[in-house]
Design a protein around this ligand. Structure first.
Ligand code: LFR
Length: 480
């Protein structure tokens, strides 16, 4: 039999895409059949996802995909839709960058101290963790009416199949999962008044997740039955599965709207030191833990581009090469950059506050962002090695940011380690491999990675420089 075809729906914060993947003993091919914008909408009540438009894009994509052997859905984490008793969606899902969670974590910590919450769930503090979103929604009519909560990829899978499930890798980002038992943290939920009955039963990557509904077959022109397969439905879980590492002494950085930098471990790190460093223990494939830190990522640049009227990125990056290196830097891990809007001004303000030259031109601002990201990458890799006591000889960079050769090189320079960059569509690659494996067409995680290493174009960046400029920049950033 020839290779099977798998449709991978991959939903990002800025766009969604449907890819078709083919997997064989020496084959791993991906083609994008449809890409559609994901435009958050600012309503009087706040920032919302246009999730029906996303579902429309998914159907268009499946129509363009043609005959496939299985379908999967992955997307960003933490956000969800609520369903009423009839299974109807209650309002537009709230965007994780919405301001409703401001000041909410402190109220949650009054009931369960942050230290205890971390020891029980291993999840970093981020204002948008599902747990805090639910606390923010506590006395709303919608939550009172809700019978079911589905995380975004599970919501799309429900519309495709009519079946409810909660995929585990993404469930871990709710901050309601115990990373040691890999099931619900019943104690935390009870103490914080979260009704776990809202969540559908857990399913694991590779589990069957239903069949495309008859109406979906009709709308997409596909011939049934077409199974839907649970994948690492958190996009970062799928991306980490696609890190083309051949050994164990590696760190990874998934670059896109976010930079997610860390290690793959077999057990969570739940120490107080790890909490203070704001590292998270999200669940990965096959019993692994994604021990990582969230860094603002290319969001900083995307928001600047939006402010500048969307200039061509290639052009911008060419201008940047000429800008002075490490002249001013900001803390790219700072949640102060989370909300949308006025990004060039906010970056300038942060530079001014730390007594550095204020970047003015587009090239200067872009250079500041790239330098700042490289420094944040370095700090995350260094912290992760120390906190998990894990050796690192090489850093794998995967995801959209690998298109930016300067970012890759600056990351290598900052880390003082070789960087191997590739698997630009990492989430979709990890995603189709899990679908293939569920159908007996791919091996375990090391075998998947060996296949990636054999088939994906990778670029190696050797570290340059002695780190003197970097240390000076870091010292400026540390100054109050
Ligand atoms: C990346 C990502 C991150 C998560 C953030 C918000 O797309 O899924 O892992 O922290 O989006 O959901």
């Amino acid at each position: 039999a020839g290779p099977q075809a798998y449709a991978a729906v991959d939903l990002g914060a800025a766009s969604g895409r449907v890819m078709v993947g083919r997997v064989g003993p020496d084959l791993l091919e991906l083609s994008e059949v449809h890409r559609f914008p994901n435009r958050p909408v600012r309503l009087p009540e706040g920032l919302r996802w246009d999730v029906l438009a996303l579902y429309g894009g998914v159907l268009d994509g499946l129509r363009a995909a043609g005959p496939v052997d299985s379908v999967g859905v992955d997307g960003w984490a933490v956000d969800y839709g609520l369903l009423d008793a009839d299974g109807a969606l209650l309002g537009n899902p709230v965007h994780y960058r919405d301001s409703r969670t401001e000041g909410v974590a402190e109220k949650v910590w009054a009931a369960v101290p942050a230290e205890e919450l971390y020891a029980a769930t291993g999840i970093q503090y981020a204002p948008f963790n599902t747990l805090y979103q639910l606390a923010a929604a506590r006395s709303t009519v919608r939550l009172a009416q809700a019978e079911r909560l589905l995380l975004i990829p599970d919501l799309l899978a429900y519309w495709l199949t009519g079946e409810h499930g909660t995929e585990l890798t993404n469930a871990s980002t709710t901050q309601l999962i115990d990373p040691r038992t890999r099931t619900w943290s019943y104690d935390i939920a009870e103490r914080l008044g979260v009704d776990l009955a809202l969540f559908a039963p857990l399913r694991r990557p590779g589990d069957p997740a239903g069949l495309l509904r008859a109406e979906v077959l009709q709308e997409t022109g596909l011939t049934g039955p077409v199974p839907v397969t649970a994948v690492g439905s958190h996009d970062t879980a799928s991306a980490v599965a696609a890190v083309p590492a051949t050994g164990a002494r590696f760190a990874y950085i998934c670059t896109g709207t976010w930079s997610l930098a860390g290690l793959e471990l077999t057990a969570p790190v739940l120490t107080e030191e790890s909490r203070a460093a704001n590292f998270t223990n999200e669940l990965g494939l096959d019993g692994t833990v994604r021990y990582l830190r969230n860094i603002m990522g290319l969001w900083l640049l995307q928001e600047c581009q939006r402010a500048w009227g969307e200039p061509d990125l290639g052009l911008l990056l060419r201008e940047v090469a000429a800008a002075c290196a490490l002249r001013s830097v900001v803390d790219a891990g700072d949640t102060a950059f989370l909300a949308p809007g006025r990004m060039p001004e906010r970056i300038a303000e942060a530079c001014r506050m730390s007594g550095q030259p204020v970047p003015v031109t587009r090239a200067e601002v872009t250079r500041c962002v790239l330098d700042s990201l490289a420094l944040a990458h370095r700090r995350a890799v260094a912290d992760t090695r120390r906190l998990a006591d894990h050796p690192v000889d090489v850093v794998y960079l995967v995801g959209g940011g690998t298109r930016d050769a300067l970012l890759c090189q600056l990351t290598a320079d900052a880390c003082g380690l070789p960087v191997v960059a590739g698997a630009t569509e990492a989430a979709a690659l990890g995603h189709v491999l899990v679908q293939a494996r569920a159908r007996g067409r791919a091996g375990d995680l090391p075998a998947m990675r060996a296949l990636l290493a054999r088939t994906q174009p990778l670029t190696r960046y050797a570290p340059r420089g002695d780190g003197a400029r970097r240390r000076a920049a870091e010292a400026r950033l540390a100054r109050p």
